[in-house]
Design a protein around this ligand. Sequence first.
Ligand code: NAP
Length: 282
Amino acid sequence: MSTLLDGKAVGAAHERQLSQRVATLKTRNGGQIPILATILVGDDPASATYVQMKGNACRRVGMDSVVIKLPASATTGDVLHEIDRLNVDRTVHGILLQHPVPAHVDERQCFDRISLGKDVDGVTSHGFGLMALGEPAFAPATPAGIMRLLVHYEIDVSGMRAVVVGRSPILGKPMALMLSNANATVTLCHSKTLNLEMEIRRAQIVVAAVGKPKFIRHDGIRDGAIVVDAGYHPGRVGDVDPEGLMGRCAAMTPVPGGVGPMTISTLISQTVSAAERACAVV
Ligand code: NAP
């Protein structure tokens, strides 16, 4: 019997709580509501869809969102200029630079320009460092959402052997740190890992963050494992081939409806927290 880790339902319940927090903030702030500002560079259709989904989620909880669209030809300086403007805009509480940006834009420099208090996706080096040390910080929304999903289903990773496949700064790397901070024993795998199959087969919890459809074979995962699939590809396919896993694993995320909704509700939650802090200091 496998548990389906239903991120859609957990995210929706979380949004109901967020609506109440937003309503309280609105009353305290003379009608002003939290705003998430997203910078979208270029015209990648998947990124545009993600930005739209985040904006819809903001509106569902009574918040607002603004999208700053820059052309694919925008320079690092152009993006920095927008971030500087948003950093000082007191009506904006969270800033999200949609990843990935075109290759000629220095993404790290842009991420690090975001004010720590508005870094609601945990992308700055400062925020990342605090998260890694287990200090209070806004964490990268996808791995933080995954941790919240595991907590919701009372899955205690302490002492478990975890394997994370993928080490991007927004997903795989912080995921490994969060699991380690929760006392799992973590192996972080990547494209140069030798004998990836063996690493996956040993894992009690597998987090797939590779970005390749059905890359992880279901028969390479041991019975009773917990499987978290962060991937999402056209055709409603994730990074794991789920065929035959249900019933054999202990728990797994569906694709879609697993990790994605948890990412969005975590991002919105961190923006509400940023707004609550801003409201407390004025
Ligand atoms: P990414 O930046 O492209 O990173 C992919 C990682 O996978 C890299 O670390 C890479 O290793 C590793 N990798 C590539 N080929 C591999 C191989 N053959 N064996 C082992 N590792 C390999 O991707 P990302 O931004 O982290 O995203 C990963 C997936 O998560 C994508 O499907 C994306 O759509 C999804 N995602 C979902 C959400 C959500 O909210 N649901 C949010 C973000 C991302 P190297 O470091 O060695 O290159």
